[in-house]
Write a protein of this length. Structure first.
Length: 208
């Protein structure tokens, strides 16, 4: 059974805001992969939101058109994936009879444990769909789909929290996010992030 993680977010700011947890694509292994607004919830000042998740991965795709910040990624297919199982860490992405889909199949080269592979077939049209990986039933990263590409995702979760205006699955421009804070899970699975009246974050362990 996967370990349960939790993050309690306290909005002690003076504004009604969307609280957002996301991951950064540092050393992910896929050039141009973009972060998605992974877990989001609105919160009034003085209220608390609790996010929970497990390290259960998935392959995801969406017919987004051109992938850019502000676009909403809504998964149109979610396929369970396991980077630690060579029988479940590979998939092929196909376009046939006017529709996209994942199909069983191996990646190019020699797959390794710890990675997730998406082999994009020659049928994929340009600038039409995006593929990526999700965690705990929600998209985390996405990249523009292209024909004849073999994507190798090397997931190693690093969690960040921010507040503002966000939609679930929104493609983020992480370079433009200024009021963010890393949330390290070092030997613990329960963290608290508190946003104060000056919009600064305090990250602590344990429940609020």
């Amino acid at each position: 059974m996967s370990t349960n993680y939790s993050l309690t977010v306290v909005n002690n700011s003076t504004q009604y805001q969307d609280l957002c947890v996301y991951q950064k694509a540092v050393d992910l292994g896929v050039p141009d992969a973009m972060s998605l607004a992974w877990l989001t919830a609105p919160a009034w000042p003085g209220t608390t939101v609790r996010f929970n998740w497990t390290l259960d991965y998935s392959f995801v795709w969406s017919q987004t058109g051109s992938l850019q910040p502000g676009v909403t990624f809504q998964a149109q297919q979610t396929l369970p994936a396991d980077p630690d199982n060579l029988n479940n860490n590979q998939v092929q992405f196909d376009f046939r009879d006017g529709a996209f889909r994942f199909v069983p199949g191996s990646a190019a080269g020699t797959p390794e444990l710890g990675n997730l592979y998406v082999r994009e077939l020659s049928t994929i049209p340009n600038a039409s769909a995006t593929v990526g990986i999700g965690m705990s039933n929600a998209g985390v990263f996405a990249v523009q789909a292209q024909p004849n590409m073999n994507l190798v995702f090397r997931p190693h979760p690093e969690y960040w929290v921010t507040a503002g205006t966000f939609e679930p699955g929104e493609v983020l421009d992480v370079e433009q996010i200024t009021n963010e804070a890393p949330v390290p899970y070092d030997g613990t699975f329960d963290m608290v992030a508190t946003l104060d009246s000056t919009n600064l974050w305090k990250i602590t362990t344990g429940s609020a």
